[in-house]
Design a binder for this molecule. Structure first.
Ligand SMILES: Nc1ncnc2c1ncn2[C@@H]1O[C@H](COP(=O)(O)OP(=O)(O)OP(=O)(O)O)[C@@H](O)[C@H]1O
Ligand SMILES: [Mg+2]
Length: 242
């Protein structure tokens, strides 16, 4: 039987008169890498905010691991095993790289030694072990994105929501991040991946949902999405500000 880890059911989010997300439904299977794409302002980050408790959906349900999580706070959602990265990475610049990851680790333990061991394991996973004692604020963007991944991995999530984790990176840096993400999935995690770089999206995602003006425009495999006339007209055909 197919295991669905996350069900989004008829989710809408209104900001006053602005409908940022409108009646969106989809399901993500365990160990899937699921892409969420669409033009700027399509509602991708807003949907992440509804899923992870940063603000509640105006209507609809978010079911994670068979539990309805609509009304939970971000820390409660995190404790259930869901972690997200931010479109604009903002590490705690005055702390070291290791300490930043330990902040994530303290969500699963109160014991400093355990948090440190966990953080070191995650730095190894993303290839940042040589930077452990460096100030996080001093890292270039490519390494800050890796640090962001390590920080969320330290919460030991079942599901990771990655908001433009490859944004601002060159091709080599992007390929490195994609390899790390494949490694994370191999260890059993499920991933939702927001990204504008279609080469990255099609190379890593099993399935993709396209949002446009808050609505679900299409869902399918990378092959189905890249040849879908509606998706080409609204997003892939050019003219969008990716
Ligand atoms: N906190 C907020 N208050 C009011 N409006 C908001 C808020 N957050 C998002 N919006 C609006 O919701 C809509 C969707 O924005 P969102 O940031 O979710 O788009 P996105 O798909 O993530 O875009 P991008 O690709 O540029 O990151 C936009 O019209 C935006 O102005
Ligand atoms: Mg966004």
């Amino acid at each position: 039987m197919i295991q669905h880890l996350l069900h989004i059911s008829h989710v809408s989010k209104h900001f006053g008169g602005n409908v940022a997300v409108s009646d969106v439904s989809f399901s993500v299977e365990e160990e899937q890498i699921f892409g969420l794409i669409g033009p700027n302002g399509a509602g991708k980050t807003t949907l992440f905010n509804c899923i992870t408790g940063y603000f509640p959906a105006t209507s609809g349900d978010v079911i994670f691991d068979t539990k309805k999580i609509n009304a939970l706070r971000p820390d409660e959602v995190c404790k259930l095993g869901m972690a997200r990265t931010w479109q604009r990475v903002k590490p705690l610049g005055s702390l070291t790289v290791l300490e930043n990851v330990m902040v994530g680790a303290f969500s699963v333990t109160n014991i400093a030694k355990e948090a440190e061991a966990n953080a070191k394991e995650q730095l190894q996973m993303v290839g940042l072990n040589d930077y452990a004692t460096k100030s996080a604020g001093s890292l270039p963007i490519g390494l800050k994105k890796k640090l962001e991944l390590a920080r969320v991995l330290a919460t030991r999530p079942k599901m990771l929501l990655l908001d433009e984790i490859c944004g601002g990176l060159n091709h080599t840096e992007t390929d490195t991040i994609l390899d790390i993400i494949r490694g994370i999935r191999k260890k059993g995690a499920t991933i939702i991946f927001i990204e504008h770089d279609m080469k990255a999206v099609t190379s890593i995602c099993d399935r993709i949902v396209v949002l446009n003006s808050g609505e679900k425009l299409a869902e399918g495999t990378p092959g189905e999405i890249t040849t879908n006339p509606d998706v080409i007209a609204a997003y892939l055909g050019g003219g969008h500000n990716a």
